[in-house]
Structures are given as C-alpha cells and as structure tokens.
Design a binder for this molecule. Sequence first.
Ligand code: FES
Ligand SMILES: [Fe+2]
Length: 393
Amino acid sequence: MGNVIDFQPSAASLDALLAEVARIGGQPLEDAQTFPPAAYTHPGLFALEVEKIFKPGWICVGHASQLRGKGDYQTLNLLGELLVMVNDGSRIRVLSRICPHRWAPLVEGCGNARSFACPFHKWTFGLDGKCLNAPLMEEARGFDPADYPLPEYRSEVIGGFVWVNLDGKAEALAPQLADMTASLAAWETDRLELAIDLQYECRFNWKIVVETFMECYHHLGAHASTFEPNFPARMSWVEDTRPAWTLGHAAPRPGREQSAFDYGLPHFPGLASESEKQAFRLYHVYPFHLMHAMPDRLIWFRVQPVAADRTLLQTYVLVHPDTTKMDNYAEVMKQQSEIQHAINLEDIGVNEMQQIGAHSGMVRPGRLSHLEKAIWQLNRYVAGKVCGARAEA
Ligand code: FES
Ligand SMILES: [Fe+2]
C-alpha cells in the first residue's frame, strides 16, 4: 500500500481549495462535511497552515517530568526550528540550539548538562543561553560574547506542560486555558511522571491525527473489540465550541460496574465525581495538542506536522507519582505499553487509509455524523485562520 501515497499531490489550485475550505468552515453542524481531499495533500495549504496557524499559535513541546533537575534538557525539531528545552535552575526555558557563530546545532537528544559547548569551534553557552566563552576572538573588533546569546523562544509552563510560541506574538496562553486547567485539577498534571513514550512516523496529515483522536464514531470499526464494548460510539459527545480548546467525552455503556474503569494502574487519588472516576475525556487545544484523560493516567499525544502528508506522533503516558512506587511497576508498564501500542496501531491504520483515499480523483467531501462534531469545530478553526473570516455559529 505504501507506494500509493508516494504519489505527488494533484496540482489543484490553492485558490479553489481555499474557497472550499472557507465554504465548509462556514457550514452549520447539521450540514457538516469533511474538508476536500486536497486539504490533506496540498503543500500550498500546508505552508499556509504553518504561516497562519502553527507559527503564530502555541505548541506544546514538553512536560516538566522530562526537565525536573537543573541542567536537564530535551531537544526538538519543530517546523524548521531547532529547539532545546532546558531547566536553568530557576525555570524552564526554550532556547534556539543553533550556535550564533556559524549556525551549527549545539546539542542533540536529551540529557543533563552544565553548559552547551558547540562542537564546531567550542563557543560555550550557559543554561540561560548566555555566551560564556568564545575562544580566540580577541582580534575581532568590538566583539563581546554577551551580544551572542542563544535566542530564547517565548514559552509558558501551564500545569507542567511546556508551550512555545514561535513568532513571539501570540496572546498569553494560560488565561485561554484556565477553565481547561481547572477541569483537570484532580489529575495534578504538574506532578505527573512519564511512564511510556512511543514514537511513530506517520504518513498522514496532522488534521487526520486530530480528527480521529477527537471522534469516537470510529470505536464501531477501528476499536470494535477495545473501546466499543465499554465506550460505545453512539454514547459519545463533544462539548460546545470554545475559542482555544474543546473537549469530547466517551460516555460508558449504561450499567457498567466501576471495575470496568480499572485499566491496571491505581486511580488518581483526587478524583471525586463519577465523571472523573469514569473519565474518558478527549482534550484538544488548537491547533493540535491532544490529551486523553482516564482515571489512572493522562495520555499526551505530541503531534509534529512535518509536511502535508507526514506527521511525527509521540504518545506519552503520564501517571501519578505514587503509581511509580507500585509493586512490579516496570512489569506493569511494559504490559501497559504493549496495550497502548496496539490501540495506537488501530488508529494509525485507519488514518493511513484516509490519507490513501485522499489521493484519489474520485473523492469529494464526505458527510459528518453528529458524533464528529469536533471535526466540524476543527474545520471552522482552520478555515478561520487560513481564509480570514471565521464562520459564526
Ligand atoms: S559554529 Fe559554533 S562555535 Fe563556530
Ligand atoms: Fe481511536
């Protein structure tokens, strides 16, 4: 099947595509359609999404559990930018990891460092990005290492999650997410520990990742034996539109015992209401921050769009700190990792199918079920950003 999606996207006119995106983004829910297939394949639309959505927006790039100690760092490539997230001892910073001398990337991967020394000519930078030493530069007139720090990206840490705004001009994020953060209070997201990290190089558009994540209609097919028995598609629903985020719920099949909500890990101690104890919540912060809140874990899907038909996807399972102390923790998490991977493959399989279908000349916008309200919400968001005027409800 792989060669099918190696075909180049059609040379559909970007203007015609944008007109369709605007039309579909303005539909009422009852008339909702998918975007046209070119919205998932056209490099011109992807370039517009980068310029008008990703760079001006907020992208979640890390979690405090990866950066607890002074000097802990994590690197990331994001839309051509090379980042390093680092704990400088007082706060988490997101710095450029490109040396300001002749632009070599300073550091790769993750680890702990006291400073960053460039492998090219050994300029050295502190954890706060200051240039500490630039050898043999005495004869460069007026040169002062202080004028050459590693540039810092604008960032915020909210509930332990590290967010970056690449163009530096976005509105502050924390107030936009205040109600979401409150809804997750019982999960104590800033205290969570990273338990599972699974990575996938996906051959489909970033919107397909979000769409499938947010609708439970596909429990009928893709998750027929995993989610459908306890969380049937027909009982799922999505909350009304908010500017910065939305929330979907997979409600349990009526009459399930509480034990149906035990997945192998201790529940978060602070869960109080039934809605928390039976939670199957799907959070989506625009454009593509995805979290699945369950009674015993919070799963964060880190999405990195690479091209119109390429997306890196990382699944992080985060657990309460007490969970890491349970007997046979390593063995339990190995088993949980296999379960999570199998479920991820159920989604990746259908996502690949959708992307393959999008390359056919016979495909036109499909109709959406009311269970796919979050796709309708995403369409409105994308159309509003790339086409200008946002459709009114
Ligand atoms: S490129 Fe980094 S020191 Fe020269
Ligand atoms: Fe799924």
